[in-house]
Design a protein around this ligand. Structure first.
Ligand code: 2IT
Length: 445
């Protein structure tokens, strides 16, 4: 029998100074501990100790030369968390906040998320504390080359398949894939999120945002509701936010905010035209990491140094980074009458914000369920690469939609309480966990 407090105290002792990893683990362990204790096979197999310990962690030095000819040093990582269900799979993040603990939290989450997709993928994550902000194209190229020179030792199409995450888009995947091919002379699906002309899947760029909206659409339907006419706030302005605002618009909702590290945009007309969506892509490509210029261009408001959660909306979609929505923000959203929260970033809400939404009976879609569309289409990219053919956009999109509907159904089946409230956190954690745990039992130790 496991006791939650004892298990978490031990996990903290063994993983000092990794608060994000402990936060992610605590949420999962709390959801699944009864399921584990009710199943002697799980307890006897020490499943909790095994599932919270990464299979392997690589840390490496990344040396590169900046445009002044000065040598720069960053740290790169790959965390291979769990491969019970398939090759390690998960993105690469370039962001100054990246530490080993960050990537352990992301690799841990990824394991359960990938399980929820029903595709054969294990969980992994990688990245670097490299900050792309203000870097030239050539600096990005030199960094990516140097990063891949080391990373290529640990990955492979049947071993570990990285993709993008914050700070890593098609350009960076291209530079890394180019270096992989230079070193290995292989045309394989070793990375996903590739460009469409060199092995990528259609819909992969849109997939995380589209998937979150398909999931949200299932959530509203489960509550006898519709996306039509909903007022929506989105944070971030990167790839995920871009896909989310486009699909939200298509589903009849009106997105009124996006945000950056500099503040947020309030666009009461709605972020609902091709020109506005294209401008988001342009802003991101500039590498300046600011959204303020959107306000001038489209006659919207810019509120500096604030988050969009103070804006009254029906649905809120954190799409930027972990812990971007605090308990205080949660209270503001609820006081302003929010009806649904769809966590689209990984662990976008703080540890105290999530139980607040649940206590208030606000339907809350956790990241590992709601944002699984990105990695799901990565899985479909792997399938297409393995078959050496490519599907058209409609086929990929249809599969993505089906996967998100199934994830929603899995959350409902494991998370619906006797009072009818769907605890999506519990549902996603139990459904994701069971598949991984059962596979681990089948595979022995
Ligand atoms: O957090 C995520 O699921 C991703 N960054 C996507 C990972 C992937 O392998 O496509």
């Amino acid at each position: 029998m496991y006791r939650l407090e004892d298990f978490m105290a031990d996990l903290e002792r063994r993983n000092p100074a990794e608060p994000e990893f402990i936060q992610a683990a605590a949420e999962v362990v709390e959801s699944i501990i009864d399921v584990v204790n009710d199943n002697p096979a799980y307890v006897n197999a020490k499943i909790l100790e095994r599932i919270t310990e990464p299979d392997r962690v690589f840390s490496f030095k990344v040396e590169w030369e900046d445009d002044n000819g000065d040598v720069q040093v960053n740290r790169g990582y790959r965390v291979q968390f769990n491969n019970a269900l398939g090759p390690y799979k998960g993105g690469i993040r370039f962001h100054p906040s990246v530490t080993l603990g960050t990537l352990k939290f992301l690799g841990f989450e990824q394991t359960f998320k990938n399980s929820l997709t029903t595709l054969p993928m294990g969980g992994g994550k990688g990245g670097s504390d490299f900050n792309p902000r203000g870097k030239s194209n050539n600096e990005i190229l030199r960094f990516c080359r140097s990063f891949m020179t080391e990373l290529q030792k640990y990955i492979g199409p049947n071993t570990d398949v990285p993709a993008g995450d914050i700070g890593v888009g098609a350009r960076e995947i291209g530079y890394m894939y180019g270096q992989y091919k230079r070193l290995r002379d292989e045309n394989t699906g070793v990375l996903t999120g590739k460009g469409r002309n060199w092995g990528g899947s259609l819909i992969r760029p849109e997939a995380t945002g589209f998937g979150a909206m398909y999931f949200a659409n299932e959530m509203v339907k489960a509550h006898g509701d519709t996306m039509e006419g909903k007022r929506v706030s989105v944070s971030g302005f990167g790839n995920v936010a871009w896909g989310a605002v486009m699909k939200a618009t298509e589903l009849g909702a009106k997105v009124v905010t996006i945000s950056g590290p500099d503040g947020y945009i309030l666009d009461e007309d709605g972020i609902n035209t091709q020109e506005k969506w294209d401008y988001m892509v342009q802003l991101r490509a500039s590498n300046n990491d600011v959204v303020a210029p959107y306000a001038n261009k489209f006659g919207a408001k810019f509120i500096s140094n604030k988050k969009p959660w103070e804006v009254p909306v029906d649905m809120a979609f954190p799409c930027a980074i972990q812990n971007e929505l605090s308990l205080e923000d949660a209270k503001t959203l609820v006081a302003n009458g929010v009806s649904y929260i769809v966590e689209t970033s990984n662990m976008g809400c703080t540890a105290d914000a999530v139980p607040y939404f649940i206590e208030k009976k606000i339907p809350f879609g956790p990241g590992k369920a709601a944002n699984a569309g990105g990695v799901a289409v990565s899985g479909l990219e792997m399938s297409q690469n393995a078959m050496k053919l490519s599907w058209d956009a409609a086929e990929v999109d249809e599969k993505l939609k089906g996967i998100m509907q199934n994830i929603h159904a899995a959350c409902v089946s494991q998370g619906k309480g006797s009072d009818g409230y769907i605890n999506y956190v519990k549902g996603a954690n139990i459904a994701g966990f069971k598949k991984v745990a059962d596979a681990m039992l089948d595979l022995g130790y």
